[in-house]
Write a protein that binds this ligand. Structure first.
Ligand code: FCB
Length: 483
C-alpha cells in the first residue's frame, strides 16, 4: 500500500498488519557441533570433507557455533526487532542415520531454540529439509539391508515423511508454521545433475528421479505434518522459482524460456499445486527417464495435498537464449562452477546476465524479478505467499573502529522490499519477508568466502557485529515499512 502524506512530499510504503519481518538461516550453514548429541554425518559433511568440492576446503564442522551460541543469536534478533525467524532442522541431528527413533538430545536443541525465540516474541518457522540428507540414506553401511541411493531412490521420500512426523510430534506444540523442502531444484539438479552440491553426482536421469522423489517426499511429509499438528498449522514449501526472461523475442529464445521454465519451475509447481507434470516437461525429458515407471499410481494425489502458503526464494532473474556457443555464462546458473549441466533435457540453452549490476556472487541485481514472480504466483495459484529468502553477498570490510558499513546490501534490500510492496499493491497476498541471512555463514560450495549476513561474523573469534544494513532493517521493522 502506498500512503501519500497530505503535503504530498513524502511517500511511505506500508506493509499489511501482522506482516512477518524475518531472517532465514539453515542448520548446516550455521550450527557446527557436527558430532554433538549423536548427530551423524549428512551428505554435506561428506561433500565438504571431499577435497576440491568446497572453496578453501571449508566445512560446516564449526560454522558459527550457533549450536552453542543460539541464545546470543536470538538476542541479536530481538535487538533488531525481528518478529519471525526461519531456521532449518538438521535431519541427522534429530534422527541419526535417517531412520528409526528420534534422538531426544537433538530434539532438545530445537525445543530450547524455539522456546528462546518465543520468549523474545519471535515466531519460529521451521524448515524440515535444507539439504542435509543423512549420509546413510545416500550410502547405506556395507552389509546392511537399507535401500540408500539418496533422492533418486523412492525409499528416501518415505524416510523423509517419517522424519517430518517425528519432528512435528516433538515441536508441534510450539511451532505452527512449517516448510517441507527448501529449494528442491538445488537438491535435485545441483546435487545429482551438475554435481556442485552434495552428494556431487552427475547423472541427468538420477537428477530427474530425485526431483520426483523430492515432490513425493513433500506430499508425504504434508500428510505426516497434518496428522501430527493442530488444524491451525500453516504448511509451506520454499521454491527457488527461476524468473526466466528471453534474450530476444525470437521464437527459439522463447522456446528456451519454455524449457527452463518447465524443468526449473513447473516440475515443482505442476505436481505440488496442480497435481500433474506438464506434457512438455515429460516430452523434453522422455529420452532420459521413463516417467510412467517413475510416477506410481496415486503419487500425484499425494504430492498435491493442499498447502497453506507458498514460499519463494528470490535472488536474481535468469536470461536465456537458444544455444549460443562461446557467449554463454557457466550453465550452473549461479551456485558454483561445474561442467555437467543442471538442466536435463535443456542442456543446450544458453544463460546470460540480466545486467552488470552484480553482487559478490556475480548475480545481477534486479528487484523487478521479485515483484514479477510474486504476482505470477498470486495470479496462477491464489495462495498466500512468503518471501522465504532474499538477500545479497557483498565484500564487506570491517572498519578500524570495528563497524561494518554495507550500503550496497542496504540498497539491495530496500529495492527488493519496495518490489514486495509493489506486488502487494497489485493484489498479491504476501505475508512475510525473510531476509537471507541473519549471519554471515557457510555458503555451500563457496565456503565462507561469500558473506550474506546483516550481522558480520569474524571467523577467527566468532564475534558477531551487526552491519549498518542490520540497523537499517531494524528501522524498517520499527516503522512497519519503507520511507
Ligand atoms: C539459496 C539457499 C541458501 C543460501 C542462499 C544464498 O539458494 O537456499 O541456503 O545459500 O541461496
Amino acid at each position: 500500500m502506498t500512503v501519500v502524506s497530505p503535503d504530498n512530499r513524502r511517500t511511505r510504503r506500508e506493509f499489511p498488519p501482522g506482516f512477518a519481518w524475518g531472517t532465514a538461516t539453515a542448520a548446516y550453514q550455521i550450527e557446527g557441533a557436527v558430532t554433538e548429541g549423536g548427530r551423524t554425518p549428512s551428505i554435506w559433511d561428506t561433500f565438504s570433507h571431499t577435497p576440491g568440492k568446497v572453496a578453501n576446503g571449508d566445512t560446516g564442522d564449526i560454522a558459527l557455533d550457533h549450536y552453542r551460541r543460539f541464545r546470543e543469536d536470538i538476542r541479536l534478533m530481538a535487538d533488531l526487532g525481528l518478529t519471525s525467524y526461519r531456521f532449518s532442522i538438521s535431519w541427522p541431528r534429530v534422527q541419526p542415520t535417517g531412520r528409526g527413533p528420534a534422538a531426544e538430545r537433538g530434539l532438545d536443541f530445537y525445543r530450547e531454540l524455539v522456546d528462546e525465540l518465543l520468549s523474545h516474541g519471535i515466531t519460529p518457522v521451521a524448515t524440515l529439509y535444507h539439504w542435509d540428507l543423512p549420509q546413510e540414506l545416500e550410502t547405506p553401511p556395507t552389509g546392511g539391508s537399507a535401500a540408500g541411493g539418496g533422492w533418486p531412490s523412492r525409499d528416501t521420500a518415505y524416510r523423509f515423511a517419517d522424519y517430518a512426523g517425528l519432528a512435528a510430534e516433538a515441536l508441534g506444540d510450539r511451532v505452527s508454521t512449517w516448510t517441507t523442502l527448501n529449494e528442491p531444484w538445488c537438491s535435485a539438479f545441483l546435487g545429482y545433475g551438475a554435481g556442485v552440491h552434495a552428494p556431487g553426482r552427475t547423472d541427468p536421469a538420477d537428477a530427474l528421479r530425485a526431483a520426483h522423489h523430492l515432490n513425493l517426499g513433500h506430499g508425504l511429509a504434508v500428510g505426516a505434518l497434518r496428522a501430527a499438528l493442530p488444524a491451525s498449522a500453516q504448511l509451506a514449501v520454499s521454491l527457488n522459482l527461476h524468473v526466466v526472461r528471453p534474450l530476444s523475442e525470437r521464437p527459439e529464445d522463447l522456446e528456451a524460456v519454455r524449457r527452463i521454465d518447465a524443468v526449473g519451475n513447473r516440475i515443482w509447481t505442476g505436481p505440488m499445486l496442480k497435481g500433474r507434470y506438464d506434457e512438455d516437461l515429460l516430452q523434453d525429458t522422455a529420452h532420459l527417464v521413463d516417467w510412467d515407471a517413475l510416477v506410481h499410481e496415486g503419487d500425484l494425489a499425494e504430492i498435491s495435498r493442499p498447502i497453506d502458503l507458498l514460499g519463494l526464494n528470490y535472488y536474481n532473474p535468469t536470461v536465456v537464449s537458444a544455444s549460443a556457443p562461446g557467449q554463454a555464462l557457466p550453465r550452473d546458473d549461479g551456485h558454483g562452477g561445474g561442467t555437467a549441466s543442471p538442466w536435463p533435457g535443456a542442456e543446450d540453452v544458453a544463460f546470460h546476465r540480466a545486467n552488470d549490476d552484480l553482487t559478490a556472487m556475480d548475480w545481477p541485481i534486479d528487484p523487478t524479478g521479485l515483484s514479477d514472480c510474486l504476482l505470477a504466483m498470486h495470479r496462477e495459484f491464489g495462495l498466500p505467499l512468503l518471501v522465504s529468502e532474499n538477500g545479497a553477498a557483498f565484500q564487506d570490510t570491517v572498519a578500524p573502529d570495528g563497524t561494518v558499513h554495507d550500503p550496497e546490501r542496504t540498497a539491495y534490500l530496500r529495492g527488493h522490499l519496495d518490489a514486495v510492496a509493489d506486488a502487494i499493491a497489485a493484489g498479491a497476498d504476501v505475508r512475510g519477508y525473510f531476509l537471507w541471512s541473519l549471519l554471515d555463514n557457510f555458503e555451500w560450495a563457496y565456503g565462507y568466502d561469500k558473506r550474506f549476513g546483516i550481522v558480520h561474523v569474524d571467523y577467527d573469534t566468532l564475534v558477531r557485529t551487526p552491519k549498518s544494513s542490520a540497523h537499517w532493517y531494524a528501522g524498517v521493522i520499527r516503522r512497519g515499512g519503507l520511507d
